[in-house]
Design a protein around this ligand. Structure first.
Ligand SMILES: *[C@@H]1O[C@H](CO)[C@@H](O)[C@H](O)[C@H]1NC(C)=O
Ligand SMILES: *[C@@H]1O[C@H](CO)[C@@H](O)[C@H](O)[C@H]1NC(C)=O
Ligand SMILES: *[C@@H]1O[C@H](CO)[C@@H](O)[C@H](O)[C@H]1NC(C)=O
Ligand SMILES: *[C@@H]1O[C@H](CO)[C@@H](O)[C@H](O)[C@H]1NC(C)=O
Ligand SMILES: *[C@@H]1O[C@H](CO)[C@@H](O)[C@H](O)[C@H]1NC(C)=O
Ligand SMILES: *[C@@H]1O[C@H](CO)[C@@H](O)[C@H](O)[C@H]1NC(C)=O
Ligand SMILES: *[C@@H]1O[C@H](CO)[C@@H](O)[C@H](O)[C@H]1NC(C)=O
Ligand SMILES: *[C@@H]1O[C@H](CO)[C@@H](O)[C@H](O)[C@H]1NC(C)=O
Ligand SMILES: *[C@@H]1O[C@H](CO)[C@@H](O)[C@H](O)[C@H]1NC(C)=O
Ligand SMILES: *[C@@H]1O[C@H](CO)[C@@H](O)[C@H](O)[C@H]1NC(C)=O
Ligand SMILES: *[C@@H]1O[C@H](CO)[C@@H](O)[C@H](O)[C@H]1NC(C)=O
Length: 705
């Protein structure tokens, strides 16, 4: 994700206003980190007054700089909260981040006014202590915790245990140390970290240790074998639950202080259906859960992701939701994240969550997928309409599963959070482009590129394709089922590439020709690569369809299959070559980031690397969620997707030659085994960019426009 520094003045008021702390040191440090050349240009002061607002003045004062005065308490449409993170973002994007990466992320959030970020890192450190206190052995605990790239789903109770070996103590300790830095920085920046709590998910051995405790199994998740799912769940109405909660929260308070935050993230039924659908049972669960939080922290507020109400809509009837939420006393005691508001809002059918506080969230990204998509008109109207219709809406936020590109859809929502009326998209985009490509005399072609994209690709109102769109080349090759997928594993392209991506790319190239200063603007170079990447990804669908129709044509020969297969391989190697030119698109960032955390211990490095590789490929020991978190990264397209398609095309050639029937099971097994083998490899490619972006883009335009 890119950072757009000029935006920072706009957002500073938010976190000052909401800061529990009244120290401005964190703000001055941020300015020093991000715009050291202007370190002395800004003066900040907290002023008294109603309203959550700020005043910027750049008149020549004594300091000759810019003065920002900020008040307290929200008076604008933004409401109380601006939220960031999905529990799974901690794995899809941040699993292997060090503090340098966290620092950049937190500055990016602060500059956009985020004041309520999730803070999940290092959760297991305290959890393990609690488990030990309650008599569980190291082996019991090891059989429960999941690997470094999969912790979010262990925390959600979707999976338990690991298919890559037990979670090393070193990981748990190092993540905890990292979390100390993260929480401290959040506080300095005036944010309220949303901290974890005890959820009820426990090692299986709890049933043996506490035979009378109310322990049930969660549901099966995503085809995982029973040893890795059906997560053991201590029901919250059992007194033991509250005892464990108090233990967890008191340890956490001892680490951070009691008042760093009273907001707790706690999800028990995310893609995990309750043991019973009885409304009395559901009420018992939520009442018990909240009572445990309150017993540990009298000011506790329970934050819950509302994804389940969409994902398990058949289970979560309004009657059940009403029972579950209604059993938690007082409306201020919960914050529900309406997780996918831009496409599948649940607040209407739940009558504004029956009075509980909730946040309008843009989910947008699934699995860190990178395809272009967005619905700017909805992002500037949806939250405003909700504010006027739903009395208990309290803020706006971002809940992307991963952070990979499409920055404009995140920026506009966080800016919309500052305005009580809908942002005008055309003028917003113009200003956004001018800030993004900060050069003198920005050519109008650069603006034109974004006018095209923002009014087409990023004005997608098709209800079936509201999510990052995956390229079919990221999916395991097949003769059917790849194209035109809708829903949140979408592959359908809801725009005409020839009148959107093509002219946008031509305009960007034109702009660089007119003003070569653009070539040294990182955001510009990122966009040139990204738009070209999208062009090739979309062209792949055409050549794939050609291959399939060739294979099924009468009189097909092995040679004609080979011929038809060649353009697919050419696109894949072209995409790889293109991506190698830009540091933001390298597989090495992901894998070497993981290895970086190993302290040069080879065994540990291999373990981390397997985790990194498995998440973006098979996602599970046997491809349980195959290709869900797929990426278009240099070194990955070239060694994984290329090889897999090559294998598939060769197979089609062979069976055409042999006159044998297509056997999907057979070829899928071959490719699965290839994936398993790839996941155990050791990174041996370059860690740095190569190739000149513009000359490569020029040649790809010749080929694929
Ligand atoms: C469990 O309950 C049974 C029957 O009420 C009782 O006899 C037994 O002592 C209890 N066991 C424990 C470990 O509390
Ligand atoms: C939970 O699942 C485990 C493993 O499949 C099984 O042995 C156990 O009996 C189940 N427990 C309950 C309470 O259903
Ligand atoms: C936390 O804040 C409460 C008031 O809200 C205060 O009574 C308490 O002393 C504070 N605790 C700590 C450890 O600062
Ligand atoms: C609710 O929990 C209590 C124990 O706290 C139990 O006695 C009661 O049967 C439960 N009710 C339902 C409907 O599950
Ligand atoms: C919560 O909000 C709902 C809807 O506004 C209202 O009917 C209910 O009385 C409120 N509950 C409490 C405890 O204030
Ligand atoms: C919100 O209310 C307005 C009228 O105030 C109505 O036109 C609009 O459809 C409502 N929007 C939603 C999303 O319910
Ligand atoms: C888009 O352009 C390509 C390349 O010029 C062409 O082959 C294709 O037919 C066009 N598609 C549409 C839908 O116009
Ligand atoms: C690995 O760590 C070093 C030192 O902290 C850092 O400079 C480098 O950027 C890291 N590499 C990756 C790929 O994260
Ligand atoms: C290296 O890592 C492995 C796996 O985490 C661990 O078992 C081993 O103790 C570590 N070796 C050293 C020397 O730290
Ligand atoms: C095709 O026939 C050759 C030679 O008999 C054999 O080696 C190969 O495995 C066959 N390929 C397939 C996909 O059936
Ligand atoms: C397809 O291949 C699988 C093994 O990969 C085999 O078990 C099955 O019998 C084959 N099906 C046919 C129809 O040949």
């Amino acid at each position: 994700m890119q950072k757009l520094l000029p935006l920072f003045v706009v957002a500073l008021g938010v976190f000052l206003a909401d800061a529990a702390t009244t120290s401005l040191d964190g703000i001055y440090s941020l300015v020093q980190r991000q715009i050291p050349q202007h370190e002395n240009s800004f003066t900040f002061s907290l002023i008294a007054g109603g309203g959550d607002s700020f005043v910027i003045s750049d008149s020549e004062g004594d300091s000759g700089g810019i003065t920002v005065e900020c008040t307290t308490v929200s008076a604008c449409a933004r409401g109380l909260y601006t939220y960031h993170f999905n529990t799974v973002t901690f794995d899809y994007t941040a699993a292997f981040w060090n503090f340098d990466q966290w620092e950049l992320e937190l500055d990016w959030l602060a500059l956009r006014g985020v004041n309520l970020p999730l803070a999940w890192v290092g959760y297991e450190y305290i959890l393990v202590q609690v488990f030990q206190e309650f008599g569980l052995t190291d082996a019991d605990i090891a059989s429960f915790l999941s690997g470094p790239a999969f912790q979010a789903w262990n925390r959600f109770g979707n999976i338990q245990g690991s298919w890559s070996g037990a979670l090393p103590t070193q990981w748990i300790n190092d993540q905890w140390a990292l979390q100390q830095q993260i929480v401290q920085r959040m506080v300095e920046l005036g944010m309220t970290p949303v901290l974890p709590a005890f959820t009820g998910f426990v090692p299986r051995a709890m049933s043996t240790l506490y035979p009378n405790a109310s322990i049930v199994n969660g549901s099966q998740w995503e085809g995982f074998p029973s040893t890795l799912t059906y997560t053991t769940f201590l029901e919250p109405f059992d007194p033991l639950f509250t005892t464990m909660q108090k233990s967890f929260i008191s340890k956490q308070q001892a680490a951070y202080g009691a008042n760093v935050s009273h907001v707790y993230t706690l999800d028990q039924y995310n893609e995990n259906d309750p043991y019973s659908g009885d409304v009395g049972y559901l009420a018992n669960i939520s009442a018990g859960t909240f009572a445990s939080l309150q017993a540990a922290d009298p000011e506790a507020v329970w934050m819950m992701q509302g994804w389940l109400f969409f994902a398990s809509e058949a289970f979560w009837t309004t009657e059940r939701i009403a029972a579950f939420l209604g059993a938690v006393p007082s409306n201020d005691s919960m914050i529900i994240l309406d997780l996918y508001s831009e496409a599948a809002p649940q607040w209407q059918r739940t009558d504004s969550y029956y009075g509980k506080q909730w946040i309008w969230c843009e989910l947008h990204d699934f699995g860190g997928n990178m395809g272009f998509e967005g619905n700017l008109p909805e992002l500037v109207t949806g939250p405003i309409q909700a504010l006027s219709n739903a009395s208990s809406m309290r803020g706006m936020g971002l809940t992307p599963e991963g952070q990979e590109g499409n920055e404009i859809v995140y920026d506009i929502l966080l800016d919309q959070a500052w305005s009580s009326t809908s942002i005008d998209i055309a003028s917003y985009v113009e200003a956004w482009v001018a800030r993004r490509y900060t050069v003198q005399d920005l050519p109008s072609a650069a603006q034109e590129a974004w006018t095209i994209l923002s009014t087409t690709v990023y004005s997608n109102s098709d209800p079936n394709t509201q999510a990052t769109i995956k390229s079919i080349f990221e999916l395991a090759p097949d003769l059917s089922g790849l194209t035109d997928r809708t829903g949140h594993h979408c592959t359908e392209i809801p725009y005409d590439t020839n009148i959107t991506i093509v002219p946008a790319l031509q305009n960007l190239v034109q702009a660089a020709t007119e003003n070569p200063l653009l070539l040294s603007v990182p955001e510009f170079m990122y966009d040139v690569v990204d738009v070209t990447r999208q062009l090739l990804a979309n062209r792949f669908i055409d050549v794939y369809n050609e291959l399939v129709s060739t294979f099924y044509s009468t009189g097909v020969t092995a040679a004609s299959v080979k011929n038809a297969g060649q353009p697919l391989l050419t696109i894949l190697s072209d995409v790889d070559t293109l991506l190698w030119t830009n540091d933001n698109f390298l597989l090495s960032n992901w894998i070497l980031g993981a290895i970086n955390l190993s302290d040069n211990n080879g065994t540990y490095a291999d373990y981390l690397e397997y985790n990194a590789r498995n998440q973006i490929t098979l996602w599970g020991p046997d491809g349980e969620i195959n290709d869900y978190a797929s990426k278009q990264w240099a070194g990955f397209v070239g060694t994984y997707y290329y090889d897999r398609w090559n294998m598939f095309i060769t197979y089609l050639e062979d069976i055409t030659q042999n006159g044998t029937a297509y056997n999907d099971t057979a070829i899928q097994t071959v490719m699965l085994n290839f994936g398993k083998e790839w996941d155990t490899q050791t990174y041996s490619l370059s860690a740095t960019v190569s190739g000149d972006t513009m000359s490569i883009v020029d040649s790809l335009i010749q080929k694929w426009l």
